[in-house]
Design a protein around this ligand. Structure first.
Ligand code: AMP
Length: 413
């Protein structure tokens, strides 16, 4: 199988490692890729959000399968353009990617499908915002309606900060605060059949103890030893199946990766958000534990053959990933710092670049993530932090408590 992977972040490096390890893949290319992905794939300098250019590259490379990593190309219609060339594509159409592209659209689908989620209001005027904040009360949850790379949400007790974020965004969704541990569940789907991957937990806040600003994600681990045994079947029945059915009913079936972000509230799992692609950095840990060859699974979803796909095989162990971010992230990150010790197995590149003299340098906020596995979470954690210590990046920021609550048995439902 000839595979073209679209994107350039940590998620795509993790996907590239998984695709390259699939014995059915005899050629792997990526556009635009990054220096980590370059270790396992041929890179092409094509803009990920340009549907015509991506489709032309897929034709030129005689790709059998295109895998679209990030949300922006999906929302821009890259999957539609690839499929129009008769090439299988893992990733939803632009219309279906609105499940992520618009929070208001996602809420509308959830309401129609009867999916358990926070009560919410879509608002575009200050008076609507004030009414919604009055009704739902603190803590206030204010979400930018459009794509915001995981940083469009403000959760605060400060009414003025909530109103300011709403005013800055224009159109927002204001919703009820959901309490309880958060879980990310990835579901591979061809629009009808749904294959859940292993649930994982990510860490959105910058600093230890869930302090500091929201980020794109600072680490993740799996499995969730503390999660209820019926979590996955319950979320499939209450959320995934009805959502897929509603998307089919609307004439825009969702095929690709449905990312269900959940809060395990006292009233059961409720949806915090949908995404239309693999999550970063949870992908790093989920794929590290998946033993089923990845390309075959994604091709089955892309060709409507998922119902016949054999059950997934998983490693018995645990995986953890720790994100190393640059100085000032999630503000304007400092870039151009030299990175050492990052070109080894287990280091997944996200915001890295190659300088003219060949040095590896930081080129983004989340620079890399360090992934390790082990027979249990404690040993995977030790291995990951040992590897983090061997990476050199001036001004690096990382959390020291990824998976610690799970290892110490402190997570309460
Ligand atoms: P999102 O971009 O929707 O995933 O939101 C980012 C983060 O904000 C989530 O991972 C949660 O930690 C938090 N968040 C979003 N919505 C809610 C909610 N309704 N209740 C509590 N926390 C939320």
């Amino acid at each position: 199988m000839r595979v073209l992977l679209i994107g350039s972040g940590g998620r795509e490096h993790a996907l590239a490692v998984g695709l390259a390890a699939d014995p059915s893949v005899d050629f792997l290319a990526a556009a635009p890729g990054n220096p980590g992905i370059a270790q396992v794939a041929e890179l092409h300098d094509v803009k990920a959000t340009d549907p015509a250019a991506v489709a032309a590259l897929a034709v030129e490379l005689a790709a059998d399968l295109v895998v679209v990593g990030p949300e922006a190309p999906l929302v821009a219609g890259v999957a539609d353009a690839v499929r129009a060339e008769g090439i299988a594509c893992f990733g939803p159409s632009a219309a279906a990617a609105q499940l992520e592209g618009s929070k208001a659209f996602a809420k509308d689908v959830m309401l129609a499908a009867g999916v358990p989620t926070a009560r919410s209001y879509a608002c575009s005027h200050a008076d609507e915002v004030a009414r919604a904040l009055d009704d739902l009360g603190a803590p206030y949850v204010v979400k930018n309606d459009g794509l915001a790379a995981g940083k469009g949400v403000v959760v605060t007790d400060d009414r003025e900060a909530a109103e300011r974020h709403a005013a800055d965004c224009g159109t927002v969704v204001i919703e009820e605060y959901l309490s309880g541990p958060e879980v990310s569940l990835f579901v591979v789907t061809d629009g009808t059949a749904a294959v859940p991957l292993m649930p994982a937990q990510d860490f959105k806040r910058l600093a230890d103890g869930d302090e500091g600003p929201n980020t794109g994600g600072m680490g993740a681990y799996a499995p969730l030893t503390w999660a209820p045994k019926d979590l996955v079947p319950r979320v499939l029945a209450e959320t995934v199946e009805p959502t897929l059915a509603e998307m089919r009913r609307r004439g825009t079936p969702f095929a690709g990766l449905l990312y269900v972000g959940l809060a395990l509230t006292p009233d059961g799992p409720k949806v915090i958000e949908f995404n239309a692609r693999f999550g970063d950095p949870e992908t790093q840990v989920v794929l590290a534990l998946l033993e089923t060859p990845l390309a075959g699974l994604l091709r089955a979803a892309a060709t409507g053959a998922l119902a016949e796909f054999p059950p997934l095989r998983w490693s018995d162990g645990a995986a953890i990933t720790v994100v190393v971010a640059s100085k000032n992230y999630p503000g304007t990150p400092r870039t151009g710092d030299v990175i050492e010790g990052a070109e080894v197995p287990g280091v997944i590149h996200a915001g890295t670049a190659r300088r003219d003299d060949g040095a590896l340098i930081s080129a983004g906020g989340r620079v890399l993530s360090v992934t390790a596995t082990g027979p249990d979470l404690a040993s995977a954690r030790d291995a990951a932090y040992t590897l983090v210590d061997s990476v050199r990046l001036d001004g690096a920021q990382f959390r020291t408590d990824i998976a610690l609550g799970a290892v110490e048995g402190r997570i309460k439902l």
